[in-house]
Design a binder for this molecule. Structure first.
Ligand SMILES: C[S@@+](CC[C@H](N)C(=O)[O-])C[C@H]1O[C@@H](n2cnc3c(N)ncnc32)[C@H](O)[C@@H]1O
Length: 287
């Protein structure tokens, strides 16, 4: 299965994602990026209840740990839906994702880069009126190795006009309380590649939800692909859906392997990735 990957650029299969990852060579994956079914979310592809969540997701993390390269990373994009209770007990926010994050460190020995937050500009209304509107998701970002390194320059962002003005018009001074912001009085110059990325990702939810009930926007996967992988590195999404991760991986010259239990999604994913490759071929012909 793996032999022709560098040439074909992607392989997608309709099967359980943990079993699928198991077929790959050990220490071969640079990045596992994916968005599993969310705790308690009732979707047409099923429901992973929060009470069983850790049990269901554990085989995926077990295999990922074996198949990741020593310098590999895993990012799980997820958000638990609220727990419904009977009687006069109101709904509660499920903490199963926080539990999973702690287990990724304590049970699987992974190193937490960060738990990043994806803030949605246009969150979908849930109809729930007891707590504030749910408008974010978590990206659990872990490394296999404790001595990890990420390419911060690859994910820099434009400076705001206000920041550039502050840099231009001010000299920065050491703080008097000893917690030094700068060691000595100096002017700060803007980095030529842009400002440091933030651990908050902001943007719209996908406008292509008719294809899949939980289709992601491409910019999420793109950030982590740029930060931790290089050309031809292998990226795997064990819950591929319509192949958003694969499309971004291929656009950036990486190799991709994806799994989903539903054939329909795998077909959609395949078509989306073929389209990117076709576009690349046509661009080359035109040049
Ligand atoms: C949140 S969606 C992922 C959406 C995807 N990121 C996209 O942009 O289209 C979760 C996906 O996991 C798939 N899934 C559920 N159980 C699975 C399993 N055991 N192995 C592989 N995929 C599974 C579902 O069919 C669904 O497409």
């Amino acid at each position: 299965m793996f032999g022709t990957l560098l040439q074909d650029r992607f392989i997608v299969k309709s099967m359980d994602g943990a079993a699928g990852m198991m077929t790959l060579p050990d220490n071969s994956i640079k990045l596992v990026y994916g968005s599993p079914p969310y705790p308690n979310a009732e979707r047409n592809y099923g429901i992973w209840k929060s009470k069983e969540y850790i049990k269901i997701i554990s085989p995926f993390i077990d295999v990922a740990k074996i198949k990741l390269r020593e310098d590999g990373f895993i990012v799980v994009n997820v958000k638990a839906n609220r727990e419904k209770h009977k009687g006069n007990k109101n709904t509660t926010r499920s903490l199963v994702i926080e539990r999973l994050a702690i287990m990724m460190e304590e049970k699987w020995g992974l190193s937490c880069i960060d738990i990043e937050i994806w803030v949605k500009d246009n969150p979908v209304s849930t109809g729930l009126r007891v707590a504030c509107q749910d408008a974010y998701e978590q990206n659990l970002w872990f490394s296999k190795s404790p001595s990890w390194k990420i390419n911060l320059d690859a994910i820099r962002r434009p400076y705001s006009k206000a920041t550039l003005k502050i840099y231009e018009n001010n000299e920065f001074k050491p703080r008097t309380n000893g917690l030094m912001y700068v060691r000595k009085q100096k002017k700060i110059t803007a980095h030529p590649l842009g400002a440091l990325a933030q651990n908050v990702v902001k943007g719209h939810v996908s406008s292509r939800q008719e294809q899949h009930q939980a289709m992601q926007p491409g910019y999420l996967a793109q950030k982590y692909i740029k930060a931790v992988t290089n050309e031809n590195d292998l990226i795997v999404d064990p819950w591929m859906g319509t192949g958003t991760t694969g499309v971004e991986a291929i656009k950036l010259g990486r190799c991709f392997v994806g799994f989903d239990i539903y054939k329909d999604y795998v077909e959609k994913a395949k078509l989306a990735m073929m389209k990117v490759l076709e576009g690349e071929k046509n661009d080359k012909k035109r040049k």
